[in-house]
Design a binder for this molecule. Structure first.
Ligand SMILES: Nc1ncnc2c1ncn2[C@@H]1O[C@H](COP(=O)(O)OP(=O)(O)OP(=O)(O)O)[C@@H](O)[C@H]1O
Length: 448
């Protein structure tokens, strides 16, 4: 509460002009009807900035301390938030999807294109027409009132009966976290189901305080045992049917597949994030089918999120991954997430096992599986287009790159948020700046 009051005070001391402040004043809890005014605020701000009225110059567009107020449609609702939290393979998503399926309208927001694709397929099969929308495809289904989307594509202007955001702990991710925060704060649904790691609960409760949403937390237990092995795999001669070797680059995946297949006893399916969904499904189906010759899986950490595979044993080929900046040890959450794929409830293997290829990696595996995931402290944030646009009106000669750079360096945040790691986005901004397209289109290129 103290943090909230502090934030509230910070904002009230900003140099916001009387009129704008009267319209905005977004930092109060339960602001319902006042926030209704926000829908028109961006238009209002545009009017101010295009007129000679210098009051707009007093509005602090760099103030990102109240991001819940960026979503007037969601703020008009008293949302019921259901937090389904627990270890992997505990039935969190199963329960959330049941709700989605039985609701008159809804949206599933997943961290992977593959998951959006699977949910769309599942709903359509259950006679619930469902559109698929990802960064790469849009498949409209006649009469659909449901959508399965990648979280970046979540629509924050429509109303739904039910929404599901999967792997919500990713709101702490340095690069993609802001899209999960946007979905959390911005989706307008009567019921919002969030599935993920318990480590995200305190942060979600804190950042939802000013919204007045009703929050229920439901804890789950793993549905089948997971046994960490005391022995490493050591050699590919010890590979067995149902094993899944995990590595973190496509090159390594194909290298390991070659090494295992050269032994002459096994054929490998492969799964990684950038495989087209149809190919991925074919590979997974071959692996899941006990009568197929493809009895071993070589996969990236794309299997760590929600995919249902018939895995008996997870074998980490390495406990390090390149995160775009450096090679680093896997985090506790990553280890648990990936290891949890073994012994999936309802699969052919009721007990899962997990080990490493190399003996030196076992201590990190064991300690990670024993430790709780560290509590998330902050959620990612990225300014909405309206804020960037308004800011650009004050600096009309600058391209998106310069505007973003300055915006991101000078933005004011509350302690619950961090600004997303924008290096990639800035690179894209520099490229699209030379194109004859609107600032809005450039922004869309940058954030998706
Ligand atoms: N009550 C249930 N009845 C039948 N099957 C279930 C039930 N609960 C879960 N399952 C099945 O168990 C498997 C794991 O469930 P689910 O994917 O919901 O787990 P989760 O906790 O969301 O895991 P993760 O975090 O790994 O995604 C799925 O195949 C799911 O269909």
């Amino acid at each position: 509460m103290a943090a909230f009051l502090l934030r509230h005070r910070q904002v009230s001391t900003l140099g916001v002009s009387g009129i704008l402040k009267d319209k905005l004043d977004p930092c109060r809890p339960h602001v319902g009807s006042r926030l209704g005014a926000l829908a028109g605020v961006c238009n209002l701000l545009r009017e101010y900035s295009t007129s000679n009225d210098n009051r707009a110059h007093k509005f602090d567009f760099l103030d990102l301390t109240c991001p819940h107020a960026w979503y007037p449609v969601a703020r008009r609702k008293n949302r019921k938030i259901f937090l389904h939290v627990g270890p992997t393979n505990s039935g969190k998503t199963y329960h959330a999807l049941k709700q989605l399926e039985s609701s008159p309208s809804g949206v599933y927001c997943g961290p992977l294109r593959l998951l959006a694709w699977e949910v769309a397929k599942r709903l359509n099969k259950a006679n619930v027409p469902c559109d698929l929308i990802t960064g790469q495809e849009r498949e409209a289904v006649n009469g659909a009132k449901h959508k399965a989307v990648t979280v970046e594509m979540a629509d924050v202007t429509s109303n739904y009966s039910c929404a599901v955001v999967d792997e919500i702990q990713m709101l702490g991710c340095m690069t993609r976290g802001f899209s999960f925060t946007r979905a959390l704060l911005g989706i307008s649904a009567d019921e919002l189901h969030l599935c993920g790691d318990p480590a995200a609960v305190p942060l979600i409760q804190e950042i939802l305080k000013p919204t007045g949403d009703d929050i229920h937390v439901q804890y789950y237990e793993r549905l089948s045992p997971l046994v960490p092995s005391q022995k490493p795999l050591g050699s590919f001669k010890n590979i067995q049917t149902g094993d899944c070797i995990v590595t973190f680059s496509r090159r390594e995946i194909y290298k390991l597949k070659g090494q295992i297949q050269r032994g002459g006893k096994h054929l490998c399916s492969v799964v990684y994030g950038s495989l087209p969904p149809e190919t991925r499904t074919r590979q997974a189906t071959m692996f899941n089918d006990a009568s197929s010759e493809f009895d071993v899986l070589v996969a990236s950490d794309a299997i760590g999120m929600g995919l249902n595979l018939n895995i008996s044993r997870i074998i980490f080929s390495t406990m390090k991954k390149f995160d775009g900046v450096e090679m680093r040890d896997l985090t506790i959450s990553e280890v648990k997430q990936i290891a949890g794929r073994a012994g999936r409830y309802g699969s052919d293997f009721p007990v899962g096992e997990v080990t490493c290829l190399h003996v030196d990696d076992l201590p990190l595996l064991h300690s990670s599986l024993k430790s709780p995931s560290p509590i998330l402290e902050c959620a990612g944030l990225f300014p909405t287009f309206d804020l960037i646009f308004m800011y650009s009106r004050l600096h009309p000669k600058k391209g998106l790159y310069r505007i973003m750079e300055h915006f991101l360096e000078n933005a004011k945040l509350s302690e619950n948020y961090f600004i997303a790691n924008c290096e990639e986005m800035l690179k894209v901004a520099a490229v699209v700046d030379v194109l004859p397209i609107s600032l809005h289109d450039k922004y869309l290129f940058v954030i998706r």
